[in-house]
Design a protein around this ligand. Structure first.
Ligand SMILES: NC(=O)c1ccc[n+]([C@@H]2O[C@H](COP(=O)([O-])OP(=O)(O)OC[C@H]3O[C@@H](n4cnc5c(N)ncnc54)[C@H](O)[C@@H]3O)[C@@H](O)[C@H]2O)c1
Length: 267
């Protein structure tokens, strides 16, 4: 049996990387996908690839930092598929910058996506998730993509670490609220380690640039060395965790952190 048969899932930042992999995996397991992203052309291509593989998906352009956009996305999920059962708040950026050099507008831009985007997604999806939560043993499910950097600090990443730490704790508060108010919605965070995506490639380029003579490949090797399992993660490694939290296999799991990092945080 497919693990999320009939569920309706919004996946933000779904055009590529972890969002695209999660959308594909959820669709393979029977979910209907509202795929959103700022990159309209690539997002449309990803949705078409899901459909070509036998899944159900619709793409909608979306700035996860815009409240108006969220109202539109939630309305689309309702009109096109009939509601929402799963929300994957995946859209995020990783702009780096030393604290003493970072412009306030860059800090705010990152927070507007990584933190406010998650808040807005939960705020607008919760009423719809409540409507359909009785249909599933595990109720509705919100999955917020944080990072290993939501647990630890990193040089040149204060804004990113602060945003992902905020997502981690905000997830717990939202989980308690949803449980204690009887909403029948579970809220959990996922914490990827170094996973090979375009997003990580940009981070490698930035690291290589900031340390001058270091090439991007050296940055990549450092990330592999820092990962006990001895390889970078694959987007599918994260998608498997997202599927688990979306499915009723995780019915009794809320307010927790699913770390998928090849052992990085165990050190
Ligand atoms: N790849 C990793 O190693 C890694 C590790 C830890 C956490 N993460 C987190 O996982 C998530 C996905 O990362 P990824 O590596 O797939 O990144 P990515 O850059 O490859 O993909 C992110 C997607 O989000 C979209 N996006 C960015 N800003 C948006 C906005 N305002 N509204 C809508 N869409 C927007 C981008 O267009 C892109 O398609 C992010 O939240 C990231 O912080 C990634």
């Amino acid at each position: 049996m497919n693990r999320v048969d009939g569920k309706i899932a919004i996946v933000t930042g779904g055009a590529r990387g972890l969002g695209a992999a999660s959308a594909h995996r959820l669709a393979e397991a029977g979910a209907r996908i509202v795929l959103t992203d700022q990159r309209a052309e690539l997002g449309e291509e990803t949705a078409q690839a899901i459909i070509a593989a036998g899944g159900e998906a619709i793409f909608a352009p979306h700035d996860a930092a815009s409240e108006d956009d969220w109202s539109r996305i939630v309305a689309l999920a309702k009109s096109h598929f009939g509601g929402i059962d799963v929300l994957v708040n995946n859209a995020g950026i990783g702009t780096g910058g030393r604290i003493d050099k970072m412009a306030l507008e860059d800090w705010r831009h990152l927070m507007s996506i990584n933190m406010e985007g998650v808040f807005l997604g939960m705020k607008h999806a919760i009423p719809e998730l409540r409507e359909r939560a009785h249909l599933w043993e595990g109720g509705g499910s919100i999955i917020n993509i944080s990072s290993i950097m939501g647990f630890i600090g990193d040089v040149g990443s204060t804004a990113y670490c602060a945003s992902k730490g905020g997502v981690r704790i905000g997830t717990k508060a939202a989980a308690l609220e949803c449980a204690k108010l009887g909403f029948n919605i579970r809220v959990n965070s996922v914490h990827p380690g170094y996973i090979e995506t375009e997003g990580l490639q940009s981070a490698m380029r930035a690291i290589a640039r900031s340390s001058g003579d270091e090439a991007k490949e050296a940055a990549r090797q450092d990330m592999i060395k820092a990962t006990p399992i001895g390889r970078l993660g694959r987007p599918g490694d994260i998608a498997n965790g997202v599927l688990f939290l979306a499915s009723d296999d995780s019915s009794f799991i809320t307010g927790t952190e699913l770390v998928i990092d090849g052992g990085y945080l165990a050190q």
